[in-house]
Design a protein around this ligand. Structure first.
Ligand SMILES: C[S@@+](CC[C@H](N)C(=O)[O-])C[C@H]1O[C@@H](n2cnc3c(N)ncnc32)[C@H](O)[C@@H]1O
Length: 344
């Protein structure tokens, strides 16, 4: 019998303009939040370190760093060593005390929810983080949030997942554990492309239930579910690959290390081929000041969850501590990179 497919054969154009559109409100919110919290006014007078800015205006240092890096990526600031300073256009137009200030033009931008969120987070000297999944973690039954979360994640990750799978990056893998697998989009895309490969989706019980419904409406061949809390419960065993997409960025480095340590422990080798870990994320460049979309995404993760858009070298360091070899970039799509490392 011919199996139903939903993603196979679809044209997958570059989605960077869509990602830019999605994140755009946060770019103007960064500028207005930097004005409102006094960052621009200080930087108009002197180049300053994030520590000095945070201390002078009683702001959270890490959030100040996130804002400064976005300003650099937007072309409104430059970094010299540890210090940041404004570019000529920012000095002239984005500083309240400047004769050429354009703040009136931007007045509507000071009222948005994005602006308010960023100002609140910058002023939170003791940061209040939430965790991605907190809304459905202890409430598996009839949870209203889980459906829209699953749809949102599905919308973001389908195209990158399909595109990186098509490069053949998962060829030869027999059984993938998709940790924090969300809507199950990756599982459907991989099993359509490689019908002999099995995928187990590990997620919180409420999300697994949601994913099961989405997957069954598509094509559920060779896909099964493992409802669990990935920090506390045992993971499914017997997998020769683990996959994380948009999961590690939700967590501070300590928790990322814990997830990679557990990955190392559960992964099995197949003959001479060592167990593999795959990471699909938007990476920031080495100096952390770009690309703009990645600096904005990072700000979101840092301010909201205490997480980060890690760089490739961050992952190399964390992976190595868990016993993995150096990661290779196996594929790229839009702003996403697919890293792969094998157990040493
Ligand atoms: C940002 S989403 C990414 C989902 C999917 N990998 C994707 O790329 O669309 C993070 C996922 O991690 C799951 N998650 C959060 N905390 C978890 C936990 N403690 N144990 C298992 N899954 C968890 C969430 O339910 C969510 O599905």
């Amino acid at each position: 019998m011919k199996r139903k497919t939903v993603f196979k054969g679809l044209r997958i154009p570059d989605d960077r303009r869509i990602q830019d559109l999605w994140i755009a409100p946060w770019a103007s919110a960064t500028v207005t939040a930097a004005i409102e919290t006094g960052i621009m006014e200080i930087l108009a007078k002197l180049a300053a370190t994030p520590q000095a800015l945070a201390k002078a205006n009683q702001l959270h240092e890490e959030s100040v760093v996130s804002v400064l890096r976005i300003l650099v990526a937007m072309g409104f600031a430059k970094q010299l060593g540890q210090k940041f300073h404004l570019t000529a256009d920012a000095q002239a137009y984005l500083v309240p005390s400047s004769t050429l200030s354009r703040l009136e033009e931007l007045s509507g931008h000071f009222k948005t929810k994005e602006h308010k969120f960023m100002v609140r987070k910058l002023k939170e000297t003791i940061p209040q983080y939430t965790t991605f999944g907190a809304l459905w973690k202890d409430q598996p039954q009839g949870n209203a949030f889980v459906q829209s979360a699953a749809r949102g994640m599905d919308s973001i990750i389908k195209a990158p997942a399909i595109a990186v799978i098509r490069t053949g990056a998962f060829k030869g893998v027999e059984h993938v554990l998709d940790v924090g697998g969300g809507s199950g989009a990756f599982a459907v895309a991989l099993t359509e492309q490689q019908p002999k490969t099995r995928v187990t989706v590990l997620d919180l019980p409420a999300m697994c239930e949601q994913a099961r419904q989405i997957v069954e409406s598509r094509s559920s061949h060779n896909i099964n579910f493992h409802p669990a809390d990935f920090f506390r419960d045992p993971w499914a065993e017997g997998c020769d690959a683990v996959f994380f997409s948009n999961v590690l960025h939700d967590w501070p480095e300590e928790q990322v290390q814990q997830l990679l340590d557990t990955s190392y422990d559960v992964l099995v080798d197949r003959g001479r081929r060592r167990g593999r870990i795959y990471i699909l994320e938007v990476l920031r460049q080495r100096n952390r000041n770009g690309p703009l979309m990645a600096t904005l995404f990072h700000m979101h993760m840092q301010m909201g969850f205490g997480g980060a858009q890690y760089t490739r070298s961050d992952f190399a360091r964390i992976l190595s501590k868990s016993g993995f070899g150096p990661p290779r970039v196996l594929a790229k799509f839009g702003y996403y990179s697919l890293l792969m490392a094998s157990k040493k």
